[in-house]
Design a protein around this ligand. Structure first.
Ligand SMILES: Cc1cc2nc3c(=O)[nH]c(=O)nc-3n(C[C@H](O)[C@H](O)[C@H](O)COP(=O)(O)OP(=O)(O)OC[C@H]3O[C@@H](n4cnc5c(N)ncnc54)[C@H](O)[C@@H]3O)c2cc1C
Length: 470
């Protein structure tokens, strides 16, 4: 419950039209895209500018009210589930592109701008913003920055972190700071920009971001390689990279995912293949041609049963769209879809895919796997039913083993989806107790009253206390 004095102050700051503590209003923001998590906030507030955000944060700090900043709620780690109540902060009024600077190659945006809108706006000027999470049609830039989201183009172009040059942040005490800027070089003090990227709303509220743009690549080619076994597909991935080609996209889908995607997208994907690689290269025409020829040769050497080039940009786009639809397609099949984010060095992809299959069999579960093979970032996805408690228990055990295996292979528990509540119990597996303590020192320093998205990132109980991180 929000203290009546605090509520009065909130209403004064944003007006009654931007403050909602009705049951229906709160219910909408009691969950996000993560299955199995729901918790009611006490109020939902939609500030109109950074000054209002700063004033809200000051009230929250005084009354120790939790704040859950929320973009579109598409995160998959329960990062916007208000597990400790408090206020959910929406950015629907902060949804503008403020500037595209063609001399400095930057775009300045408010946090509520949809990722796809950034892409469209810069492409209209012949520029390129590479981060393209599968959710880009609905996710916000604020959410992307706070999860440090990756995407299909991450292998060659990196993730959101690589494109955030400067931020404006409201701290937990209500102070507004600016980090970085339009500068290619800047070593004045700690790199606070990087600290806030991926901080999952636990350190401050991002109210503005300067993002880096690059020139639009000249051409792009797309191919689809089909395999009758997973191992050959995984080996092709390692061999392509080892031959010093970095494709823009190197995505992997196993057969069950392929079947679900085809049933959903109906674009004529070959559902009898055991594994598929979607591979793309961009750049100057002659280099793309040379790389694609070499990639096709490698795929064939590694027993691809067919390698097909997209005939047109429309066909290429429908393949990309189909891949982006993988989660939605799988989600149609069972009441509950639990998608994970285990990531390994790309040389270990074959071992990881094999291990996921064995673990699924051991616990008698239906786990499909797809993901960004070129980054070693796999999405083992369990199709289950939350009402089947016996099966859910096995799902938890299976994912714990999958994370252990990822760490054993030199990987991590999350490559792009973040920690939130979902992955918090496993964080110590990756960082060790000293690593967690260092992160907690930063958190306490910036947010001594623990009002910024509390209950996320740091678990009350660790699932594993051993440190096996390489
Ligand atoms: C179908 C589907 C496909 C997906 N594909 C990908 C993918 O390919 N790659 C990938 O990385 N992720 C993917 N995701 C996960 C998710 O879309 C991303 O994490 C995305 O960046 C979340 O954006 P959002 O606007 O929904 O943020 P939210 O889910 O609302 O919030 C995410 C986090 O950011 C914080 N936050 C939001 N705005 C602010 C702000 N202004 N200041 C401070 N904190 C803030 C929240 O508190 C929360 O911790 C996918 C999800 C779905 C459902």
């Amino acid at each position: 419950m929000i203290d009546t004095k605090a509520k009065r102050q909130f209403l004064k700051i944003v007006g009654p039209e931007n403050y909602d503590d009705s049951s229906a209003g709160r219910l909408v923001y009691s969950y996000d895209a993560t299955p199995q998590f729901q918790s009611m906030p006490d109020a939902v507030i939609s500030p109109r500018n950074k000054e209002e955000i700063s004033a809200i944060v000051k009230v929250c700090n005084e009354y120790k009210i939790p704040i859950v900043p929320r973009g579109s709620g598409t995160n998959l780690c329960a990062g916007t589930c208000p597990t400790e109540g408090g206020v959910v902060l929406l950015f629907k009024h902060l949804n503008k592109i403020l500037e595209i600077d063609e001399e400095n190659l930057t775009i300045t945006v408010q946090p509520g701008v949809i990722t796809q809108e950034v892409t469209n706006a810069v492409e209209a000027k012949g520029l390129f913003y590479p981060p393209d999470p599968g959710s880009m049609k609905i996710s916000t830039i604020g959410g992307n920055i706070n999860e440090n989201s990756g995407g299909l183009r991450g292998l060659k172009y990196g993730v959101t972190r690589d494109y955030v040059m400067g931020l404006e942040v409201v701290l937990a005490n209500g102070e507004i700071i600016k980090t970085g800027g339009k500068l290619a070089k800047d070593v004045a003090g700690y790199d606070l920009t990087r600290l806030f990227v991926g901080s999952e709303g636990t350190l401050g509220i991002i109210t503005e971001a300067i993002l880096k743009l690059i020139p639009m690549p000249e051409t792009k080619e797309t191919i689809l390689a089909l395999y009758q076994d997973l191992d050959s597909a995984a080996k092709s991935v390692s061999k392509i990279i080892a031959s010093k080609i970095i494709p823009i996209t190197l995505e992997f889908l196993d057969q069950p995912t392929l079947e679900a995607v085809e049933a959903f997208a109906k674009i004529g994907l070959p559902t009898d293949a055991k594994a598929v690689l979607l591979i793309e290269q961009d750049g100057p025409a002659e280099i793309v041609k040379r790389d694609i020829e070499r990639i096709i040769k490698i795929c064939k050497e590694e027993n691809a049963v067919s390698v097909k080039s997209a005939e047109s940009e429309e066909e290429a786009e429908s393949l990309r769209t189909a891949r982006r639809a993988a989660l939605s397609a799988l989600a149609r099949m069972k009441p509950t879809t639990i998608l994970e984010d285990a990531t390994v060095p790309r040389s270990e992809i074959a071992n990881m895919v094999k291990a996921i299959g064995e673990i699924a069999q051991k616990y008698d579960l239906n786990i499909c796997t797809f993901g960004h093979a070129g980054d070693g970032n796999l999405h083992p996805t369990c199709l289950t039913d939350v009402r089947n408690t016996d099966e859910i228990e096995r799902v938890e055990k299976a994912f714990e083993e999958i994370f252990e295996k990822a760490i054993e292979l030199g990987g991590t528990i999350t490559g792009e989806h973040g920690v939130g509540v979902m992955k918090a119990p496993y964080l110590e597996m990756k960082l060790g107790a000293a690593g967690i303590a260092a992160m907690q020192a930063i958190k306490t320093g910036l947010d001594p009253n623990n009002i910024m998205n509390p209950g996320k990132m740091f678990a009350k109980d660790s699932r594993k206390r051993v440190v096996v991180s390489k």
